[in-house]
Design a protein around this ligand. Structure first.
Ligand SMILES: Nc1ncnc2c1ncn2[C@@H]1O[C@H](COP(=O)(O)OP(=O)(O)OP(=O)(O)O)[C@@H](O)[C@H]1O
Ligand SMILES: [Mg+2]
Length: 248
């Protein structure tokens, strides 16, 4: 069966996209799923955070046609990684003038065989790279912090998803919003949460990811939090999210 492809998007920087892609992916792999993580961000934080620090070949080489997807994959058990690199900036620029510029990643991922889920870590923008991710995906996952400004951003994301759905990908659906860096002691969190429940139709995962320092530490050890500290709240929250993800 073909993999389900999911874009992890939020155009705002530092909202937990990479942390969610890595740790949800890792948690799903622990539940026996075969996972491919695609690092579509020129910052290449995902690759680095999983110990893939200086890959000789990256996704940029697949975009240019120099390499096949299989040539660049790094395998870590049930988890495989398509590393990103700063060269994705050049790819982004060159895509702008290409025909069918939105479908490059879709064509690349058509060669990905043997995975249950493919999670794409997107850059913090609604750029042509992100549009490529959306055009290649069946589903979208939105990590969101409970802050007032994020609500404005959420509308923008949902608009972009709607536009891509209309233009290239009628089956694209929002799988859900993942509340991250959650601090239930903060009054603001509760207010934003109420607003979300009342005003947003999309599914909000009941598993929330709390603020947890282990999530911020794990990348320096090149590991997911589930490998770095399985007993931490960060690991527990992403394992719970993975269980919910599979039944949702
Ligand atoms: N639940 C959490 N608790 C504590 N720290 C977190 C949590 N989630 C993410 N972080 C930290 O917050 C920072 C931003 O997270 P992350 O890199 O996942 O965001 P991002 O959306 O991918 O950022 P960018 O837009 O730059 O790609 C990182 O330092 C990360 O370790
Ligand atoms: Mg990131």
């Amino acid at each position: 069966m073909a993999a389900t492809i999911i874009s992890v998007i939020n155009q705002k920087g530092g909202t937990g996209k990479t942390t969610t892609t890595i740790n949800l992916g890792s948690a799903l792999s622990k539940l026996g799923k075969k996972i491919l993580l695609v690092d579509l961000d020129p910052q290449a934080n995902l690759s680095y955070s999983l110990g893939v620090t200086e890959p000789a070949v990256t996704l940029a080489d697949v975009f240019t046609g120099t390499k096949q997807l299989a040539d660049i994959l790094v395998h870590q058990g049930n988890l495989s990684i398509a590393p990103g690199s700063n060269e994705l900036v050049d790819i982004e620029i060159s895509l702008v003038t290409q025909e069918k510029r939105e479908s490059f990643l879709k064509n690349i991922l058509a060669d990905a065989k043997g995975f249950d889920y493919i999670l794409i870590d997107c850059p913090p923008s609604l750029s042509i790279l992100t549009v490529n991710a959306l055009a290649a995906s069946q589903e979208v996952l939105i990590p969101l912090q409970m802050e007032v400004l994020t609500l404005q951003g959420l509308n923008q994301i949902l608009n972009t998803v709607a536009q891509v759905r209309k233009a290239f990908n009628p089956k694209l659906r929002v799988k859900g919003i993942v509340v991250v860096m959650y601090d239930k002691r903060r009054k603001l969190s509760l207010e934003v949460e109420e607003y979300l429940q009342e005003n947003v139709d999309e599914y909000i995962f009941s598993s929330r990811v709390r603020q947890n320092v282990k999530l911020a530490e794990a990348p320096s050890f090149g590991k997911s939090v589930i490998d770095y500290d399985p007993a931490s709240n960060g690991a527990k929250d992403y394992m719970a999210l993975a269980e919910e993800f599979l039944v949702k």
